[in-house]
Ligand binder design. Structure first.
Ligand SMILES: Cc1cc2nc3c(=O)[nH]c(=O)nc-3n(C[C@H](O)[C@H](O)[C@H](O)COP(=O)(O)OP(=O)(O)OC[C@H]3O[C@@H](n4cnc5c(N)ncnc54)[C@H](O)[C@@H]3O)c2cc1C
Length: 315
C-alpha cells in the first residue's frame, strides 16, 4: 500500500477515530476542524454503545458490531480511556420484539415484571459500554497526536480549500456537511442533557417512546447524564429551562433515586441525522473525498466500524 498525505475534516469522534486508523496504516494525517474538544457535538453525548437514529440497518449492523468488538479489544482494557462495561435497561409501555442488535451484545435478557418501574410492561437488559466523553474525547486527541497526527483549528468554507491542500480527504464534519456539501437531507435533532452528581445508581436506564420518553439515565465516572430531548430541525444550542425541568421529571420517574439531584451542568448537542449515514468516496476535482458523516444518535456506536471503512476507501 502507498502511504498518502490525508486531510481529515472534523475533530469529533468520527474524525479522530478515522485519523487514528489512517495513522496506524502509515499515512501522514493532518486534521482541520472549526471546533475542537470539548466544544464538539461528540462531547455532548454521554455516551452509550446503543444504536439510535441511524440508518440503514443493513450497513449500521456490521459497523455497530465491529465498533463493539473494537471497544472491547482496545478501549476497555485501558481504564484511562473512560470506557467501561455497563448494564443498560431499556423500558417499554407495550410488548416489544428483541432489538435487531440483540445478538451482537452480551447478557441480553428480558426484564421480569417485578423489575419494571410503574407505567412499563416490557423491557430488556444488556451488557453494553459507557463511553465517558468527558474523558474519551481527550483520550482520542492524545492518541491521535502521539501517533504523529497534526491538528489545526480552522473553518473550511468550501471543499476547494481542502482539495487545494490534499488529494485525499476524509470528511467528518457532521452537521457541518449540510453547508459544506449542500446536503439538505442532513438535519439536526436537538438533544439537551443535565449532568448531576453520582448517587449510587450504576446502571443505565432508557425510555425511548414510553411515558418518560425520551428519557435516560447514564451514570459515568464523575457524574450521571440525564436526558433527553430529540427535537427535529431545532438548531437552538441554548439550554432551555422547560426542557431541563422535563428531563428531571422523567429521571425521577425512571428511578426514585433521582427524585432529588445535585445539578453539575447542562448542555445541548445537535445530532447529525440523515436518512442514511453517508460513508462513500466521491471525486472532487483531482481529489478523492471519503465522506463519513450523518451518524445521528449513534456516532460512538458506529465510530470504529465506520472509521475502518473510511480508511479502507482511502487505501
Ligand atoms: C445529547 C446527545 C446524546 C448522544 N448520545 C449518544 C450515545 O449515547 N451514543 C452514541 O453512539 N451517540 C450519541 N450521540 C450522537 C453522537 O454524539 C453523534 O453521532 C456524534 O457526536 C457525531 O460525531 P461526528 O464526529 O460525526 O460529528 P461532531 O462531533 O459534530 O464533529 C464534527 C466536527 O466537524 C467540524 N466541522 C464542521 N463543519 C466544519 C467546517 N466547515 N470546517 C471545519 N470543521 C468543521 C466541527 O467543528 C467538529 O470538529 C448523542 C448526541 C447527543 C447530542
Amino acid at each position: 500500500m502507498t502511504q498518502k498525505s490525508v486531510l481529515v475534516l472534523g475533530c469529533g469522534v468520527s474524525g479522530l477515530s478515522s485519523g487514528i486508523l489512517l495513522l496506524q496504516a502509515g499515512h501522514a494525517v493532518t486534521l482541520w476542524a472549526r471546533e475542537l474538544p470539548p466544544h464538539t457535538t461528540s462531547n455532548q453525548a454521554a455516551a452509550l454503545w446503543f444504536p439510535y437514529l441511524a440508518q440503514p440497518i443493513e450497513r449500521v449492523a456490521p459497523w455497530a458490531s465491529r465498533t463493539l468488538a473494537y471497544f472491547r479489544q482496545h478501549l476497555l482494557p485501558d481504564p484511562a480511556s473512560g470506557c467501561r462495561p455497563t448494564l443498560v435497561q431499556d423500558l417499554y409501555a407495550h410488548p416489544v420484539e428483541a432489538p435487531w442488535w440483540a445478538g451482537a451484545v452480551q447478557g441480553y435478557r428480558r426484564l421480569a415484571a417485578a423489575e419494571l418501574p410503574a407505567g412499563y410492561v416490557d423491557g430488556f437488559e444488556t451488557e453494553s459500554i459507557v463511553i465517558d466523553t468527558s474523558v474519551y474525547m481527550d483520550y482520542l486527541v492524545a492518541w491521535f497526536l502521539r501517533l504523529g497526527g497534526q491538528i489545526v483549528q480552522r473553518e473550511v468554507s468550501s471543499i476547494e480549500e481542502a482539495t487545494a491542500e490534499s488529494t485525499h480527504i476524509v470528511n467528518c464534519t457532521g452537521l457541518g456537511s449540510r453547508h459544506l456539501f449542500g446536503d439538505e437531507s442532513l438535519r439536526p435533532v436537538r438533544g439537551q442533557v443535565v449532568k448531576v452528581r453520582p448517587n449510587g445508581v450504576v446502571h443505565s436506564i432508557l425510555d425511548d417512546e414510553g411515558p418518560n420518553g425520551l428519557g435516560y439515565i447514564i451514570p459515568r465516572s464523575a457524574d450521571v447524564v440525564l436526558g433527553g430531548t430529540a427535537q427535529a430541525d431545532d438548531w437552538d444550542t441554548n439550554v432551555r429551562a422547560a426542557d431541563q425541568a422535563e428531563i428531571l421529571r422523567k429521571a425521577a420517574n425512571l428511578h426514585p433515586a433521582f427524585a432529588e439531584v445535585e445539578i453539575v451542568s447542562a448542555g445541548v448537542g445537535l445530532r447529525p441525522v440523515r436518512h442514511e449515514v453517508r460513508l462513500e468516496a466521491e471525486r472532487i476535482g483531482g481529489a478523492l473525498v471519503v465522506h463519513n458523516y450523518g451518524h445521528g444518535g449513534a456516532g460512538f456506536t458506529l465510530s470504529w466500524g465506520c472509521a475502518e471503512e473510511a480508511a479502507s476507501l482511502i487505501a
